[in-house]
Write a protein that binds this ligand. Structure first.
Ligand SMILES: Nc1ncnc2c1ncn2[C@@H]1O[C@H](COP(=O)(O)OP(=O)(O)O)[C@@H](O)[C@H]1O
Ligand SMILES: [Mg+2]
Length: 266
C-alpha cells in the first residue's frame, strides 16, 4: 500500500524526500524512498540493521551521491541550489554521526570549534565563548572543554558531539543512533536533553535510533525504513498496529514488552 505524503497544510515541511535511490555499484540500498520531516518535530527513523538508515541520512545531507530522486530542504531542491545556497543550507543543520563522533586528536572545545572555523570568520575569542556556551547547553561541566575524547565517558562523548552539532545554531539536527552504547540512564538523560533542546531552541530533529525508549518518550513521529522504501510513518500508536512482520516483532515483540508497551496491541 502506498503511503500518502505531502500536501500537508497543517505542517510546514523542512525536509521533503521523493523517490530517493542510493546504491553502491549496481546494488541499490535505497530504492524509491519518500519522507516528509515537519518543522519542530522529533522524527525517529527505524528499520532493520543494514536497511540503509545511515545511508539515507548521508544522502539527505549530501554526503553520498543519489542515483535518482529529489531532496528539498526548506523548500529548496538541493540539486538546483547554487553553491552559495547549498552552503547556507548546510549551515542550518548539525550532524551527530554514528561512527567517529569526535576527532580524537582534538579537545572537546577544539572539536566544537571545527564547524565554526569551517563556516564562519569568528575571532578565536568568540569561538571560545560560543564553545563554552554549547558545552553548558548540553550539560557538560566547563572542565570538559580541555579534555580529549579518550578521557570522556560514552555519555560525555555523545554530549560533546551534540555540542559540536549545535555549534552554528542549526534549525535541524541529524542524529545517527545517539543513544547506542549508553546505559539506560545515560540514554534516558540524552533523550530528555534532546526534548529540552527541541522545546527551547525550536529544533527539528531527525534521529535514527534502535532505542524503543527514545521512540516512545522523545519522538513525535516514527518513520520505518525497510526494503529501501518508507514502510510506515506516524506516531507510536500507529506503529504498534502495523502488520508488517518486522514491525510486529519490533514494536510488539519480546523487547517491546520488556520496555513496557505493546503488550495490549496484539
Ligand atoms: N560506503 C559503502 N559502500 C558499500 N556499501 C555500503 C556503504 N555504506 C553502506 N553500505 C551498505 O549499505 C547498506 C545499508 O547500510 P547502513 O545505511 O549503514 O545501514 P543501517 O540501516 O544499519 O544504518 C548495508 O548493506 C551496507 O553494507
Ligand atoms: Mg546505521
Amino acid at each position: 500500500m502506498a503511503i500518502q505524503l505531502g500536501d500537508d497544510p497543517d505542517h510546514e515541511l523542512v525536509i521533503k524526500v521523493r523517490d530517493l535511490v542510493v546504491g553502491f555499484g549496481d546494488r541499490d540500498v535505497i530504492d524509491g524512498f519518500d519522507l516528509d520531516v515537519r518543522r519542530g518535530e522529533i522524527l525517529g527513523v527505524v528499520g532493520p540493521s543494514g536497511a540503509g538508515k545511515s545511508v539515507t541520512l548521508r544522502a539527505v545531507i549530501g554526503l553520498l551521491p543519489k542515483k535518482a530522486g529529489t531532496v528539498e530542504v526548506f523548500g529548496l531542491d538541493m540539486d538546483r541550489a547554487t553553491d552559495a545556497e547549498r552552503l547556507a543550507i548546510e549551515r542550518r543543520w548539525g550532524v551527530l554521526f554514528q561512527q567517529g563522533a569526535l576527532f580524537s586528536s582534538l579537545t572537546v572545545k577544539q572539536n566544537i570549534e571545527m564547524p565554526m572555523r569551517e563556516h564562519t570568520d569568528l575571532s578565536a575569542r568568540m569561538m571560545d565563548e560560543v564553545a563554552r556556551l554549547k558545552i553548558d547547553l548540553v550539560g557538560l561541566k566547563p572542565e570538559a572543554a580541555e579534555l580529549y575524547p579518550a578521557e570522556l565517558s560514552g555519555g560525555m562523548i555523545k554530549r560533546a558531539a551534540l555540542a559540536r552539532a549545535l555549534a552554528l545554531d542549526p534549525d535541524i539536527v541529524f542524529l545517527d543512533e545517539p543513544t547506542a552504547g549508553l546505559d539506560p540512564i545515560g540514554a534516558n538523560a540524552f533523550d530528555r536533553l534532546i526534548m529540552t533542546l527541541k522545546e527551547t531552541l525550536g529544533l527539528t530533529v531527525y534521529m535514527v535510533t534502535h532505542d524503543l525508549d527514545s521512540l516512545t518518550t522523545a519522538c513525535d513521529r516514527i518513520a520505518a525504513l525497510k526494503g529501501g522504501k518508507l514502510l510506515a510513518i506516524g506516531p507510536m500508536s500507529e506503529m504498534v498496529k502495523n502488520d508488517d512482520p518486522w514491525m510486529k516483532d519490533y514494536f510488539r515483540g519480546e523487547r517491546a514488552r520488556a520496555a513496557g508497551f505493546g503488550a495490549n496491541a496484539a
